[in-house]
Design a protein around this ligand. Sequence first.
Ligand code: C2E
Ligand code: MG
Ligand code: MG
Length: 518
Amino acid sequence: MFAAGVLFAALLLAVCLAANQLASELVSNRLRNLSLEGNATLQVLGGQVSKTLQGLNALELPAQCTPELFGRIATLVKEQRYIYESAVRLSSGAVCSSYGQAFASTKLPAKEDAGYYPAGDGRSYWFQTGREVSADAGALVIGQFSAYLWLNKGILLDVLRMPAEVSFNLVDEQSLQSRFSSDNRLLKIERRLEPGQVEFTNGMIHLATPVKWVGLVGVLTLPYSAYREAWWWSFAGLLGASIVLLLGLYCGASYLYARHFSLPAKLRCALQNNQLSLHYQPIVNMHNGQWKGAEALLRWRVKGQPISPEVFIPAAENSGMIAELTRWVCQRVAEDYAEYLWACKDFYITINLSATDVTDASFPDFVEALFKRYDISPVQIVFEVTEGALLDKEQAIIQLQRLRDQGHKIAIDDFGTGYSSLAYLEQLPIDILKIDRSFLTPDKLHSSDGLWWHVVSMARSLNLSVVAEGVEIPQQVDPLILAGVSLAQGWLYSKDLPVDKLAKSYFSCADPALSAAI
Ligand code: C2E
Ligand code: MG
Ligand code: MG
């Protein structure tokens, strides 16, 4: 839990840092792209201004405005889309405009006017003079010698195509004061800006355009909120992507683990490579010590270490491998029986079934064909099911009955560990009741509560043969025999054995007449 918390905190930190970087990049790229477009526009504008001023100053000026002069001035302006109006001042003081009007030079902007900016090379600029000819023309007036231009602010801003939150300023390099602003918010820059570099200063994001325009630096400005917005988007995107990536990695790792390293994967491998073995634990007649049968128990060793069936059987059940495993056990039992146990008189082998086997409609057919092939009578093979394997009772009854019809006996295994009553058992097609060892501990066998005893007597009244599980010491034997239990399975008699040892031991303790038969 702690490790997961640390991991998540580290992920958040990494995402925050990456969002920081990404947001800066996004904002910078946005400004750079706008700057590229703006620069091109300013260059065209600069060209039009120079050409028109040159043309105006080259005109031969008469003493008074004449229709011919008006015409020439208008021609110079006609093709220049950014130039709203132009005019020349005559030596007489009259001013002739491209609109064919004459007006007094007092109407021209003067040095004292607000927004005056001497740009060198004989040019003067008036930014936001307050003497607007029209709302569109008022932004910038340029004068050089006797020529004057009014720039078309509307077209200029349209072409600059600044988004609402971006402000474009022309800033005086010396005073760092903005002279022209696309949104009428004149800036005062804190320090000189490196052209082409995005700077985060004073809660604003600035980019100075690489090309200067008449001693003024174009500055594009975004409010800091644009960065914050970009940061949140980046953060959300990166966090989402990281989570998707981590989930993907997790799923991939889980898949790889499940495929190659998990217990079911190793078990599958063991099954395919024949690394599983089958042992048999004898079921003994307590009266005379004769072996009546044996339970087939799967054994699996990994690197020499045994793995308990209590561990790998549930893993096989959960991973859907159990059907294959049970069929492997049946096959091995058939082979072992045919090779080692065929001469054992009335000797049966019990095979444990799981819930999947009990509801598998093809299982009885498989069993029938298999034991027929090995010429093994169905009475020699008993199937054990625990109460837990009978969850789908209707289906289980059908399958168990089919096995029974073939001649197999059915045993209820570990009886007492589930929740079913003996009345429940009455409905099942069963022949043998194996009482779980937890019921038959020496103290319980000698105690007066006698629950086990009731189980035994009711089982007998249901005509079920009883097998006592987990008989470990001689003291367990007498009470069981007294209660009428003849068969037992437990370490007192034998642990589970490989088939060759089982056969050998069977014949060494069996009737000499039988031993002679093999
Ligand atoms: P189970 O079917 O009840 O098998 C009897 C278990 O009790 C075996 O444990 C056996 O070794 C153990 N046992 C026998 N005598 C004594 C004794 O005197 N004292 C004690 N304490 N234990 C004794 P094992 O081999 O560990 O198997 C455990 C369970 O795994 C089995 O219980 C069975 O449910 C399952 N199992 C084993 N092999 C298979 C198999 O091939 N298929 C299926 N579906 N389940 C299997
Ligand atoms: Mg069993
Ligand atoms: Mg058992």
